[in-house]
Structure formats: C-alpha cells, structure tokens
Design a protein around this ligand. Structure first.
Ligand code: NAI
Ligand code: PYR
Ligand code: MG
Length: 371
C-alpha cells in the first residue's frame, strides 16, 4: 500500500502523523511511504531522517493526496485538504466530527473512508488513540491555566502553590478520565488544592485508591458543581461522552457567582467544549474573556509540545496503521472490532451513531459496510 503523510496545516500545529520509526516499520512491512517535505520539522524530524527510514520525500500535499491509498495525519483535515480527498481513499487521523458539520459534509461528499483516532476503543473501555494526547493535554492544562491566572494575561493574579502564609489556588477538574487525572496530578504537584468531579463512581474509587489525599473527589451533580465553581480560581473542563458533543455543564449564568479573573481551561473544546461560552482558540491567540472570566480553549493543545506528542501518538497509532496497511481497512476492521469502532465515514455515509445524533444525519451500521 502507498501510505502518505502530509505536513499539518492547522495553525500552530507542529505534530506530524508518522514518525521516522513508524515509516521504517511500514517500509519493513513492504509498503511505500511518501512524506511531504518538511512535514516532520516541527517535531524535530528532518527529511533525511525519513529518507534513512526508507520513505520518499515529496514536494507538495497535492502530490501526496493524489498518490496515497491511505493518508495518515494528526488533526482533522482542513478545508483545503478535504478538497483533495477522494473516493476509495482511506483517512486515518483525529476527526472530532460531532461539533463540526462542515467537515462532516465535506468528508461525506469526498467519498473517502475515514477512521477517527478518538473513537477507536480497547478491551478495558479506554480510547487508546486519544489517551496519549489526553495525557499530554491533561499535563499541560494546569501549566496554561497558571499562565492564564497571571495578572498580565487577564487572570486573577493567584499563584498555584501559594506561599507560606498565603493559601494555594483552588483548582476544579470536571471529568476524571485521562485528561482529568493527569491535570489533577500536575495541579496538585504544583501545590494547588484540587477537586475532581466525575459521574462514574468507579472512576472516583480508582482516583481515591491511587491518589489518596493528593486531591479530593466528588460526584458531578449540578449542586456540587455550583458550590465548587464559586470557590475555584481555575476550572479544567475534561469531560467526554465518546464521539458525542460535550455536555455544556457550566453556563454563562454561573459566572455571576464565580471569582473575577478565574481561569477556565476547556480541554473538551475539540468535542465542542463543556462551558456554554467556549469557542475554539489557537495557540497564536489562546485566551479570551467573558464577563470577567478568562477562557483558554485551544483545540490542539498537544501541538505546543510537538516532539513529545508526535512520538507518544506514533507509539499508539503504529500497530493500527500497520494493520490497515497490511490487511486493507475492511479486513483490518473485520478482524478488530475496536478498530471498527473508529470508522466514522465510508463512501458518503456516516457510520458513527453519536456523530449522527449530534448532527441529525442518518447513520448506517459499521458492520454493514465491511460485510
Ligand atoms: N484540546 C485538546 O487539545 C485535547 C482535547 N482532548 C479532549 O479532552 C476530553 C477528555 O478526554 P479524556 O480524558 O481522554 O476522556 P475520558 O473518557 O478518559 O474521560 C472523560 C471523563 O468524563 C467523565 N464524564 C462524562 N460526563 C460527565 C459529567 N457530566 N460530569 C463529570 N464527568 C463526566 C467520564 O465519566 C470520564 O471519566 C475529550 O473531549 C478529548 O477529545 C484530548 C486531548 C487533547
Ligand atoms: C485529541 C486532539 O484533538 C489533539 O490531540 O489535538
Ligand atoms: Mg477540531
């Protein structure tokens, strides 16, 4: 199979879909790998690194999209990339379709087959291709939140760990999954007083068992959420209902009871965000203010630490990428129901229920398109 890796074109996105190590594995499996010139530079990989791995360097994205059987990327295809996708071509990348009707319609119109990293599952109920980037974004969230809390950035002027004689920042994390756990660990490590709310009692039990007294846990009811919002210096939004648009848990009306200059970090923004007032921002202009509350809503946070993120993502995607290339997508999905769960679009039809529900589009059963 011919595997194509274009340079990412989303603003300030420095990750790349294939590492030289992944390219080398694919070449070792008998595949041809074509990489756009400069695609890896943001993550510290040169064209020569890819050539040494056996890949061919190509001058333009147009040539990659025209030649490749499978396109491997990081972020959802941008409008210019969507125009280059074609019937029968396989796209393997993050998609986040539920909050993005334009992208969904373009993918359907292209006739391509699209497998979304974020809905591939594993045996333990996890999302193995979302997890590495959730680990990164979770660990980044208190760091960017602490920056947002600084006075010059519009924040409340509160130091995460406080100092002797002055108490620490209060950090509320909504959603105790991968993002929430890593965010809580780092915020607690910075000395903040941290509470994590979740709707899963099993998850709260796990957090309590593993992290003991380093942060508190609570059941995410509207009443408890309101209590904690009023106290918080920083709120990290980390909820997920897989594939679906994020529930809007914090409303604009809640801001009246919050501290002026509090920082909201909406990591769930790639699924539409869990604060009513959230809209996606970029690394170039990450923060805006609504009613005195600062919002950080960057939808590709891991792009800020592109080298760490690219390697972490590549570690997770490689076996799936190789299965798709070795077997073709139909057999790879037939053999692995977890990979089949990643199928969102095929030949003009949606194949993922939560996306169809969010956008009001009919869905066909994924099993029916691999039969
Ligand atoms: N902005 C960015 O750059 C990035 C965003 N993300 C996003 O972060 C979000 C979280 O991802 P993960 O932590 O991997 O998901 P996860 O599935 O590990 O955790 C989500 C948690 O939310 C909880 N939850 C669901 N509804 C809730 C509610 N009403 N109240 C409280 N908790 C609730 C679930 O029980 C679960 O524990 C996703 O939208 C993901 O796409 C992930 C990586 C990067
Ligand atoms: C998960 C995601 O949206 C990202 O890594 O950019
Ligand atoms: Mg997006």
């Amino acid at each position: 199979m011919k595997i194509g890796c274009p340079k990412e074109i989303k603003p300030q996105e420095f990750r790349v879909g294939l590492t030289p190590n992944a390219a080398q594995e694919a070449v070792g499996h008998g595949h041809q790998v074509i990489v756009e010139t400069g695609a890896g530079l943001g993550a510290g990989f040169t064209d020569e690194d890819y050539q040494a791995a056996g890949a061919t360097i190509i001058g333009t994205a147009q040539e990659i999209f025209a030649a490749a059987d499978m396109i491997v990327k990081v972020k959802e295809p941008q409008p210019a990339e969507r125009k280059m996708l074609r019937e029968g071509q396989l796209l393997f990348t993050y998609l986040h379709l539920a909050p993005d009707p334009e992208q969904t319609h373009d993918l359907l119109a292209s006739g391509c087959t699209a497998i979304a990293y974020e809905t591939v599952t594993d045996d333990r109920g996890g999302l193995p291709l979302l997890a590495p980037m959730s680990e990164v974004a979770g660990r980044l969230a208190p760091q960017v939140g602490a920056w947002t809390l600084q006075k010059a950035n519009g924040g409340r002027g509160v130091l995460m760990g406080g100092v002797p004689g002055v108490g620490p920042a209060r950090v509320l994390v909504i959603g105790g999954g991968v993002v929430g756990t890593h965010a809580a660990r780092v915020a607690a490590g910075m000395g903040a007083e941290v509470t994590v709310l979740d709707r899963s009692l099993n998850r709260l039990r796990y957090l309590d068992d593993v992290f003991g007294s380093s942060f508190r846990t609570g059941y995410s009811s509207a009443g408890l959420l309101a209590e904690h919002l009023a106290q918080a210096d920083m709120v990290i939004g980390a909820v997920l209902v897989p594939g679906a648009a994020a529930p809007k848990l914090v409303k604009r009306a809640d801001f009246a009871s919050m501290k002026p200059g509090a920082a909201l970090v909406d990591v769930a923004i790639d699924q539409g965000g869990c604060f009513e007032t959230s809209r996606a921002t970029t690394h170039a202009d990450p923060v805006y203010e609504v009613d005195g509350i600062m919002h950080y809503c960057v939808a590709n946070m891991p792009g800020a630490v592109a080298r760490t993120s690219t390697i972490a993502l590549g570690n997770a995607t490689m076996p799936f990428m190789l299965a798709l290339a070795d077997k073709g997508w139909k057999k790879a999905c037939a053999d692995d129901p977890h990979l089949l769960n990643g199928l969102n679009v095929h030949a003009g039809q949606l194949t993922y229920d939560a996306v169809g529900k969010a956008l009001g589009i009919d869905v066909v059963a994924p099993a029916s398109v691999i039969a």
